[in-house]
Design a protein around this ligand. Structure first.
Ligand code: A2P
Length: 282
């Protein structure tokens, strides 16, 4: 990865920018509109959203008010847990499209798997939701489809369908590498996107990361983002602060050496969301 125009290529051949802009926890209204506009101005082309973030209309306005044409952008959204199932997924997709003010998406994801803790027929529910995703994909309403927060046992159930997931967006940051899930995705040609690459900001005061950052004359946030790229995942840093939005893209002018990559790879759990796909109660 050498510049911000670099891309990954999904299993269906679609190119996806190497870094995306996260909008989770970005307040609706001016805050989201401005953050998206700032991000696009700074050079982000992938905007990652979800219906449950409650800010899709504002994200859509930010996109509209930016000077970049729709085809140059890569817009992602996700179907929320209360909308699982075939018909409700199709309906949720239309609502997202209309809130964003767009006529297609680049990537649509199942936000969380239905889990055995909540449903006896969790596999069936996930497959039904997935069939709707396939329908949207085949109908040309979305250029690629995938899942989020799926562990290998959730993914396995989808691998025998006509079209398999192209992306799995999971929590991924130093101290929380989810190795088993990432390895499973890699061997099934599923690109891993990293949500909360900064551990929602909690990693930034970690002394080991600070020390490595100083060595490269970079910020701790930039180290976390670059580390994701060098581990072949796609980071989705979130910020509403213009200077940080820019800073988080300035990760193409240096390389973390193998030794430091190893040090970061071996960091113990420092902190994270604490959300486990089989344990969450939403
Ligand atoms: P803010 O949005 O107020 O700028 P993550 O992407 O891991 O979820 O982390 C997002 C959190 O990290 C937000 O609280 C965001 O704050 C903060 N953040 C994002 N980029 C930076 C940065 N470069 N330096 C410090 N904090 C950052």
């Amino acid at each position: 990865m050498h510049n911000m125009a670099d891309t990954y290529i999904l299993s269906n051949g679609v190119k996806i920018p190497a870094i995306g802009f996260g909008t989770w926890q970005t307040p609706d209204g001016e805050s989201a509109i401005n953050a998206v506009k700032e991000a696009i101005k700074a050079g982000y082309r992938l905007i990652d959203g979800a219906s449950v973030y409650g800010n899709e209309k504002s994200v859509g306005k930010g996109i509209k008010e930016s000077d970049i044409s729709r085809e140059e952008l890569f817009i992602t959204s996700k179907v929320w847990n209360t909308e699982r199932g075939y018909a409700s997924t199709l309906k949720a997709f239309e609502k997202t499209l209309s809130d964003l003010g767009l006529d297609y998406l680049d990537l649509y994801l199942i936000h969380w798997p239905a889990s055995s803790r909540q449903f006896e027929n969790w596999e069936e529910i996930n497959i039904e939701t997935w069939q709707a995703m396939i329908e949207l994909y085949k109908g040309g309403k979305v250029r690629s489809i995938g899942v989020s927060n799926f562990l290998p046992h959730h993914l396995k159930a989808l691998l025998s369908t006509e079209i398999t997931p192209m992306v799995n967006q999971i929590e991924y940051h130093p101290g929380y590498m989810q190795k088993e899930t990432v390895d499973f995705c890699t061997s099934n040609k599923i690109l891993v996107e990293a949500w909360s690459p900064l551990g929602t900001g909690r990693l930034l005061s970690n002394p080991d990361l600070i020390q490595i950052a100083e060595k490269y004359n970079k910020s701790t946030a930039q180290i976390c983002i670059r580390w994701c790229l060098q581990n072949k995942t796609l980071p989705l840093p979130k910020s509403v602060t213009p200077s940080r939005i820019i800073e988080n893209l300035q990760v193409f002018d240096f390389e973390i050496n193998q030794e430091d990559m190893q040090t970061i790879n071996q960091l113990p759990y420092i902190g994270g969301s604490g959300l486990h796909p089989d344990e969450v109660d939403f």
